[in-house]
Ligand binder design. Structure first.
Ligand SMILES: Nc1nc2c(ncn2[C@@H]2O[C@H](COP(=O)(O)OP(=O)(O)OP(=O)(O)O)[C@@H](O)[C@H]2O)c(=O)[nH]1
Ligand SMILES: [Mg+2]
Ligand SMILES: [Zn+2]
Length: 301
């Protein structure tokens, strides 16, 4: 029997994972280290699982049905970020200069998974901030909230802006390396250090588990959570059909209904509403370029 009061055969939530070892938490907050049966695990952070006791540890029996799963699909590999999340917060910063294509891809994957998304733009203290804000103008215009932050210089302001958005939800934090994801987690999670320590002790991953996705509770009552993930370089969307792409990009999709052909690809067709909108300046050049780039990738063209 496991030494924890967390009873086997009751469902728990995966709060961290490293290879075949997963840390599973019961509804009372007790945690048990579990192993997966197969070589590879289907369970990802955020998953609800059923597990069986095996000595002091556990074995994952089943992954319970998910409400959603955010993942990327590169040419050869699938990489899950998290399951059962309430929202995505993409963190980018004035510096290092972020890739708009990666940002767009994260938002498309979230739209496909039915997960609401917001953008946090960090490092308001830097002179390059205005340029970064201008690059995000098309996103603000399509109704995506952009939260402007200086997490290091003005933590109190950051906390005040973020707290109401995070309350009562499980929020996945994604973004490029150096944008400030860990700074954000440390600001919002008062005992982040302790939670990291516990997880790395259990999973034996060393001091800084930057390679693994981690679930952090913001409050004692465990109603609000942040899921920190390692920065990414690549964000493949090969699980999305090329014909569905425009519908997952709101500023593009809104003009697709104006196209002459129902199966318009918005690249060269006559009477294309999207091309006309680009011409009129109603769709940002960068957004249309990203649409073409991803379309061609998905269509294998
Ligand atoms: N100038 C400035 N620097 C900041 C701000 N917020 C965070 N930083 C710095 O940016 C650097 C990167 O921050 P992290 O929080 O480690 O970034 P991360 O997104 O977790 O990066 P990875 O773990 O590599 O994915 C650190 O040196 C922070 O101190 C800010 O508001 N202004
Ligand atoms: Mg980090
Ligand atoms: Zn068209």
């Amino acid at each position: 029997m496991p030494s924890s009061p967390f009873l086997a055969d009751t469902p728990g939530r995966v709060v961290s994972g490293h290879g075949r070892r997963l840390l599973v938490e019961g509804d009372g907050g007790e945690r048990v280290l579990c192993h997966t049966r197969g070589k590879k695990s289907d369970a990802v952070v955020g998953d609800r699982v059923r597990w069986k006791a095996s000595g002091d540890e556990g074995v994952i029996d089943a992954v319970l049905p998910r409400t959603n799963l955010l993942y990327r699909q590169d040419e050869w590999k699938t990489k899950a970020f998290a399951a059962n999340i309430d929202q995505l917060l993409v963190v980018v910063a004035a510096e290092p200069v972020f890739s708009e294509s990666q940002l767009a891809r994260a938002l498309i994957a979230a739209a496909d998974a039915g997960i609401p998304a917001r953008i946090a733009l960090n490092k308001r203290d830097l002179a390059s901030f205005a340029a970064a804000r201008a690059r995000l103008a098309p996103y603000a215009a399509m109704g995506i909230e952009v939260i402007e932050l200086a997490l290091k210089q003005d933590g109190a302001d950051g906390r005040a802006r973020l707290a109401p958005l995070l309350a009562g939800r499980a929020t996945l934090v994604l973004g490029p390396s150096g944008a400030g994801k860990s700074t954000l987690v440390n600001l919002m999670v008062s005992d982040a250090g302790a939670q990291i320590g516990e997880i790395s002790r259990a999973l034996n991953t060393g001091r800084h588990t930057t390679t693994a996705t981690q679930w952090y509770w913001l409050d004692r009552e465990r109603t609000s959570a942040l899921i920190d993930s390692p920065g990414f370089q690549e964000f493949g969307l090969r699980h999305i059909g090329a014909d569905r792409l425009a519908g997952l990009m709101p500023d593009i999709g809104v003009h697709a209904s104006e196209c002459r052909f129902y199966n318009c690809t918005h690249r060269h067709e006559p009477g294309c509403g999207v091309l006309a909108a680009v011409e009129r300046g109603e769709i940002a050049e960068s957004r249309y370029r990203i649409y073409r780039e991803i379309f061609e990738e998905l269509a294998g063209a």
